[in-house]
Write a protein that binds this ligand. Structure first.
Ligand code: GDP
Length: 406
């Protein structure tokens, strides 16, 4: 069993079967307490219904709103491999905001399409969201196969069309799976009725994904402050990825100069051998004098650049006009700059492109932009090392936008 849970977001047009799928996932993996299952069966029987998984979800929903047992952040299910946490994707706006601010981060997405209805408005919008956030691990679930007599040709048709839509947004789905969420076919268990398919079930697909393991990535130690103490210069910060080792040769970014870590200290712990991801420590180095905003790294794979291409979420009530000065803040880095190009801007509610090559961003819009900075910064892809792939833009000391580098 993996130690870490995988955070999953489930999206799709209303009524295409999200609640039903969640209920089914919880049921088939035995993730609901037995007495809860009995309750649900009893109520469904008394209403003369088969087990209705949308009902399972409503039932959970109701408990949540009463603040009883199940917390929204704790809808989870388990396979032999690992635990999955289902992230709630309320409105687009909140979901995007949460992802950008790091409150919740989806590592994989399930996109549901009802085969009897095909691709609808919200399906397209949700495809846009996945693309804006750079989510790489995507499974398309072609649901309600029972309604079309498990037709292979209709499946192939939807498979091709959704594949084309996603390709246009630079997303290559890892799997496209035919299923029936309500009947539990191809979710945890295979079915003869879909024998022509021969691919993975939903759970098998999910288990083939990987969780984000920043501790296994290259070292990233953004320097927060530097102090002189007992004639020594100590740089303090938090290890955001990888680990920091005593004696290690490191690069000081963005200038790429080399240094050696002589000593690592922590409050009441001197001379540590290793500081893992998440540790807040002070380091003494030999070679270059560090300063706030430097990134101590053990590789040179980060992007070192003064031009950032990213998706931003404009948060304030005032519009932005090209060229207005902004402060770019990423980890402990802080550099002056401005947006030089607005490739696309999206209406946040509809997620439709409002304008290409624009000169303004209106309140609450999402935009794909190029930011020009006065000096170089060190950044990584959001999906790779989130802490160095997300940033805030400020104007006159106030945050005006959040963004991610994809
Ligand atoms: P949501 O709005 O995306 O959460 O959709 P729901 O889960 O509420 O499902 C909408 C309706 O579709 C409900 O009446 C479900 O019972 C039904 N439904 C969901 N999955 C299936 C399926 O695989 N087959 C059939 N026939 N109906 C389904």
């Amino acid at each position: 069993m993996e130690e870490r849970s995988l955070h999953l977001v489930i999206v799709g047009h209303v009524d295409h079967g999200k609640s039903t799928l969640v209920g089914r996932l919880l049921f088939d993996t035995g993730s609901l307490p037995p007495e809860k299952m009995e309750d649900i069966k009893r109520v469904c029987e008394s209403m003369g219904k088969e087990l209705d998984f949308a009902y399972v979800m409503d039932n959970l929903e109701e408990e949540r709103s009463k603040g009883i047992t199940i917390d929204i952040a704790h809808t989870f299910f388990m396979t032999k491999k690992r635990r999955y946490v289902i992230i709630d994707a309320p409105g687009h706006k909140e979901f995007l905001k949460n992802m950008i601010s790091g409150t919740s981060q989806a590592e994989a997405a399930l996109l549901l399409v009802d085969i009897s209805r095909g691709i609808q408005d919200q399906t397209l919008r949700h495809c846009h969201i996945l693309s804006l956030l750079g989510i790489k691990q995507v499974v398309v679930l072609v649901n309600k196969m029972d309604l079309v007599d498990y037709s292979e040709s209709l499946f192939k048709d939807v498979e091709e069309r959704i594949g084309t839509v996603l390709a246009g947004l630079n997303i290559k789905p890892s799997f496209i799976i035919p299923l029936s969420a309500s009947k539990g076919e191809n979710v945890a268990n295979k079915t003869e009725k879909l024998s022509w398919y021969g691919g993975q079930t939903v759970l098998e697909a999910l288990d083939s994904f990987s969780t984000l393991k920043v501790e296994e990535k290259g070292l990233r130690f953004p320097v927060q402050d530097c102090y002189s103490f007992d004639g020594q210069d100590i740089a303090v910060g938090r290890v955001e990825a990888g680990s920091l080792k005593k004696g290690q040769e490191v690069f000081i970014l963005p200038q790429k100069s080399k240094a050696r870590v002589i000593e690592i200290k922590k409050f009441q712990e001197d001379d540590m051998a290793v500081a893992p991801t998440g540790d807040c420590v002070g380091i003494i180095t030999e070679g270059v004098k560090l300063k706030r905003g430097n990134i101590v790294s053990d590789d040179t794979r980060s992007d070192i650049t003064d031009t950032i291409r990213a998706n931003i979420f404009w948060m304030i009530d005032k519009e932005y006009k090209l060229g207005i000065p902004l402060t770019f803040k990423c980890a402990t880095q802080e550099v002056q700059g401005r947006i030089e190009r607005i490739y696309k801007r999206f209406d946040p509610a509809q997620l439709e492109v409002v304008e290409n090559d624009s000169s303004v961003i209106m309140p609450a819009e999402i935009a794909e932009v190029e930011i020009k900075l006065d000096s170089q910064v060190t950044v990584d892809k959001f999906s790779d090392i989130p802490e160095l792939g997300r940033f805030v833009l400020e104007h006159a000391g106030y945050p005006v936008a959040g963004g991610i580098i994809i």
